[in-house]
Design a protein. Structure first.
Length: 302
């Protein structure tokens, strides 16, 4: 069994069935990045799963989206200032308010390191994709990338094929520096440059920053966005990773990248309308919080 997208009837016909990646697991059903979310994604039939990684203070690769613990746990403060043992003492699932079935583990089992996710995926009983997003800015800078590659090599990952047992690994980041660093060790077809629009207002609101500081941060993020777009324009990586709003707002750019042969992984696609748009455009991979629902819609339209 392969994880390649289904073939279309002709070069002009859009792909009929994009691959479906579960965004932080089946995170509409269970708390993101938890054991339950990933086991549910596998049960739902997701073609792959997505995760975000940070380094703990003692240099363990842990699965969390935010740089701080406040939103998704009963802890507080930066992830990078906690040892793994401290992180394991926190509750990362109760905030979601979803009852976890016994077969998905106890509440104390829900927090995951990357090696633990690899073990879950090895048990899927089929080939499955793993899209790893490296989160920046990181206080450990590009050590995050180095620790990730070291871990994967120890686990038996082959860089050329980017396979680890039954797992097809790909790498993603919004940071052009991260992408350029990865390109020194990983073939470009396995690397995804993430892109999204940056607005000063949204940055200030999301990060709780003042006008001057928010503007300065937004300018740095905008420069990263422009460099990420250049990387895709110059075909330096094999996968383009725009958000669904970016796809809607930049139709000409998206079409140009599609025409250049970039593989497309679009996030976060949850609505029927957006799924239909991606299918119509010939998007190769959809990242969603609702893999079962999206798979059902795609199957119905085959």
């Amino acid at each position: 069994m392969t994880i390649e997208a289904p073939e279309s009837d002709s070069p002009e016909t859009p792909l009929r069935r994009p691959l479906v990646y579960a965004h932080r697991g089946a995170s509409a059903a269970f708390a993101e990045h938890t054991r339950a979310a990933y086991l549910k994604a596998i049960s739902d039939g997701a073609d792959g799963v997505e995760c975000d990684i940070h380094l703990s203070r003692d240099q363990h690769l842990v699965l969390l989206h935010d740089a701080n613990l406040d939103r998704t746990s009963d802890g507080t403060g930066p992830v990078a200032e906690k040892d793994l043992a401290e992180l394991r003492m926190l509750d990362f699932s109760s905030w979601k308010g979803a009852r976890i079935p016994d077969e998905y583990g106890a509440a104390s089992d829900q927090f995951l390191t990357l090696p633990e996710l690899l073990d879950i995926l090895r048990g899927a009983g089929r080939e499955i994709g793993l899209a790893i997003e490296l989160k920046h800015p990181s206080p450990y800078q590009l050590k995050l990338e180095d620790r990730l590659l070291e871990l994967l090599l120890r686990e038996g990952w082959d860089a050329e094929s980017s396979r680890l047992d039954n797992i097809l690994v790909s790498f993603m980041s919004f940071s052009p520096d991260s992408v350029k660093h990865l390109l020194q060790y990983v073939p470009p077809q396995h690397i995804c440059q993430l892109v999204d629009d940056v607005s000063v207002e949204e940055v200030r609101e999301e990060l709780g920053l003042g006008r001057i500081t928010g503007g300065a941060v937004a300018n740095v993020m905008k420069a990263a966005q422009l460099e990420g777009e250049r990387i895709l324009d110059d075909c330096e990586v094999g996968i383009a990773g725009p958000g669904i709003e970016y796809v809607r707002e930049h139709a000409r750019t998206v079409q140009r990248w599609l025409d250049s042969g970039r593989r497309f992984r679009v996030w976060t696609v949850d609505s029927e309308k957006d799924v239909a748009l991606c299918q119509r455009l010939g998007i190769h991979e959809i990242t969603t919080n609702k893999p079962a629902k999206v798979l059902a819609q795609l199957t119905d339209t085959d």
